[in-house]
Design a protein around this ligand. Structure first.
Ligand code: F3S
Length: 294
């Protein structure tokens, strides 16, 4: 009897799951409600980097609103409902949407919301804010947009070395939720050596680490490991590398279609994990087939 182990942490993290469910709920409510029937539902940028989910939502009438400039409505009155995705947005964007009449449904992950609160409060108290993360990432742009005064984004050791305050200020350091833990510590160490008064709030979310830890554990004990996720998804690629280190028969697939049934036949134990933007439906499909078909 073949043993199939599905990672509990496979697929969407809590924040993404919540955001995706919010959009589906909004789409359903629109369908049900006569009053809202003409009001389109949008997501502010693609809700998630997964083509299947975005296409499925499109079928349900959900559109994507371009991020960036203060969007105008398509009709008089409220232009519609817009769901803010788990990454969150800046305060200015939120205000621009609201004042253009959009009905905003905020599906920002509560862990990201907490960072917004911290930087807003700390900057109001007069601290300089340092965000450890990638300046181009929407989450970091959003966090920066809640800082009331000055902020800097630091991602590399060189940037940390070069950083200096123009005037004496306390510093509050936060991080992008998906930033690497060890790298975060190293960067904070560099900043601390400069003698600044630093309050460091660890805002890294452990969903990614947990997923990687569990994948490694499973890969260690199975004969074959299946990693499901988008070809360009960096967190799925990372999962694949980790599993491959532990289990040489590791397969990277996007959907069930990519799974070579023949090559799986000889294994007595198979593990399954999936990247952060892989929908449950795809994971279940693979799991069902691995359990039943071979
Ligand atoms: Fe996901 Fe929220 Fe963490 S979006 S990765 S649970 S910060």
């Amino acid at each position: 009897m073949r043993e199939v182990i599905l990672a509990k942490t496979a697929g969407f993290c809590f924040g993404v799951e919540q955001a995706v469910q919010t959009v589906y709920r909004q789409a359903e409510e629109k369908e049900k409600s006569g009053v809202q029937k003409d009001m389109p539902v949008y997501t502010y940028g693609p809700i998630i980097h997964n083509d299947e989910v975005v296409a499925d939502l499109r079928k349900k009438g959900v559109k994507i609103l371009e991020e960036g400039s203060a969007p105008k409505g398509e009709q008089k009155g409220s232009p519609g409902t817009v769901v803010i995705r788990s990454h969150g947005i800046s305060k200015a964007e939120y205000e621009a949407l609201s004042s253009a009449g959009w009905h905003c449904v905020d599906a920002t992950c509560p862990f990201v919301k907490k960072i917004h609160r911290i930087v807003s409060e700390e900057s109001r108290k007069g601290s300089f804010i340092i965000i450890i993360g990638n300046a181009d990432h929407p989450e970091v742009k959003g966090i920066r947009g809640w800082v009331e005064t000055e902020a800097a984004v630091i991602e590399t050791e060189e940037e940390a070395e070069k950083f200096f305050l123009k005037k004496p200020m306390d510093i509050c350091v936060v991080s992008q939720t998906t930033f690497n833990n060890n790298k975060f510590k190293d960067l904070v160490e560099i900043l601390k050596k400069k003698g600044y008064n630093i309050k460091c709030v660890k805002t890294i979310c452990n969903a990614t680490e947990e997923r990687q830890r569990e994948a490694r554990q499973i890969a260690k004990k199975v004969e074959a490991m299946i990693v499901i996720g988008g070809r360009h998804s960096s967190n799925t690629q990372k999962l694949y590398e980790i599993c491959k280190q532990e289990c040489k028969n590791t397969y990277y697939i996007q959907t069930l279609r990519d799974l070579d049934v023949q090559s799986m036949q000889g294994y007595n134990s198979i593990g399954i994990t999936a990247g952060a933007s892989t929908p449950k439906k795809i994971i279940e499909e693979v799991q069902k087939n691995v359990r039943n078909e071979f």
